[in-house]
Design a protein around this ligand. Structure first.
Ligand code: CA
Length: 388
């Protein structure tokens, strides 16, 4: 038995046998992947299930998602045919869906405040727009990778006295985030998504590690925001936790002051009581909770579509780094180490930013559910990089 992957969870993934067969859409039950296309009639279009990943199901109507989840609950309570079962020890997880657009928000008040202090010392840490608008930027969908994918240290322009150098980043960092993937029929271009309809467009949730090169970021981010300091890799869980599974763990978000504009007001609780942890080389270096996020997931999605931009099936929206107010709840190394000035102790050694060979694992837990972990190991920069 594996804790957190019972019949109340049933996250979706794209899994293949190590023998080389192509991946299949599965749900996870304990330590097995259950191939949906091999379960027989589940009362929904079999074409949504007999497929490599979530793409077709994401494009279906939310009513189909609910019907499938209800059918799975009863189907998996009975005997599951052996041909539908893949022990995870003999399987490889692929990216669970094709990432359409990728948006990264900045929804944690504590993270935005901490980074403001580090990047703009002496100035007001929170910029005047922050409490009015869910700040975000469009990231790079093509470099979103599944948990377990090794991350090569990126090369970029690093600020130096006398001018920038082009070299491997010396400040490779993580960002602990909670992301969601959207689905359902897209609304027409030019039609905003009302906040009361936004929740239904959220198919499910993943943990996200938005790997960041802080030296590259600091040099390039003015005035247009993050670019190459972020776009080299973003890791997500192999398992997508359905929104319906997290419904019992929805809680009120923090009180917002000032009250946001009417289009961002929701009467429903959309905070998510998800305990979070960051492990570096097997040691927990941070513990937090997603419930403290200032901007909720429906506010994020509504804002992203408020100008009439289309929300597509497979869009990934990440919360931004989740940091808490208490020391030790920060979701990035730049915060945990005060930009390298106060090293952590990991494995009896002082540590600031990531070294080659480091292994990072993000974990999440909501009541009895374990969110799919996000693991990644840092590889040295490409050999050619050191010759430039
Ligand atoms: Ca981020």
């Amino acid at each position: 038995m594996v804790d957190g992957f019972g019949s109340d969870h049933l996250p979706y993934g794209s899994v293949r046998r190590r023998t080389g067969a192509p991946p299949r859409l599965c749900v996870r039950l304990q330590d097995e992947a259950i191939e949906l296309g091999a379960l027989g009639d589940l009362g929904v279009d079999p074409g949504l299930l007999d497929t490599p990943n979530l793409d077709r199901l994401l494009a279906a109507a939310p009513a189909e998602w609910a019907a499938l989840r209800a059918a799975l609950a009863s189907r998996l309570a009975a005997d599951v045919p052996p041909e539908a079962r893949m022990p995870l020890g003999e399987a490889v997880c692929e990216l669970p869906f094709t990432v359409a657009d990728y948006v990264d928000f900045y929804s944690s008040l504590e993270h935005a405040t901490n980074l403001g202090r580090l990047f703009r010392p002496g100035a007001e840490p929170l910029l005047p727009n922050w409490r009015h608008v869910p700040i975000g930027y469009h990231g790079r969908a093509s470099t979103v990778v599944v948990s377990g994918t090794p991350i090569r240290r990126p090369v970029g322009q690093l600020p130096r006295d006398g001018g920038p150098a082009f070299a491997p980043t010396e400040r490779l960092d993580i960002e602990l985030e909670l992301g969601f993937v959207t689905g359902g029929p897209p609304q027409p271009l030019g039609e905003p998504l009302p906040i009361d309809a936004a929740g239904e467009r959220i198919f499910g949730f993943v943990l996200v590690n938005d790997w960041s090169a802080r030296d590259v970021q600091r040099w390039e981010y003015v005035p247009l925001g993050p670019f190459l300091g972020k776009s080299f890799a973003t890791s997500i869980s192999a398992w997508v936790t359905p929104r319906a599974a997290l419904d019992p763990y929805r809680v009120p978000s923090p009180v917002q002051s000032p009250t946001p504009l009417p289009y961002l007001r929701s009467g429903d609780p959309w905070g998510l009581d998800v305990d979070l942890a960051v492990e570096l080389n097997g040691e927990v270096i941070s513990r937090g909770n997603a419930a403290g996020l200032y901007w909720s997931v429906v506010q994020q999605l509504t804002h992203a579509a408020s100008n009439g931009a289309v929300v597509r099936p497979g869009d990934l929206y990440a919360s931004g780094t989740i940091s808490g107010a208490a020391p030790g709840s920060e979701g990035s190394l730049i915060e945990l180490t005060s930009n390298g000035a106060r090293p952590l102790t990991v494995g009896d050694a002082p540590r600031t930013f990531l070294l080659d060979g480091d292994r990072v694992v993000l974990r999440g837990r909501a009541g009895g559910l374990t969110l799919g972990e996000v693991a990644g190991e840092v590889l040295p920069a490409a050999a050619a990089a050191s010759r430039r």
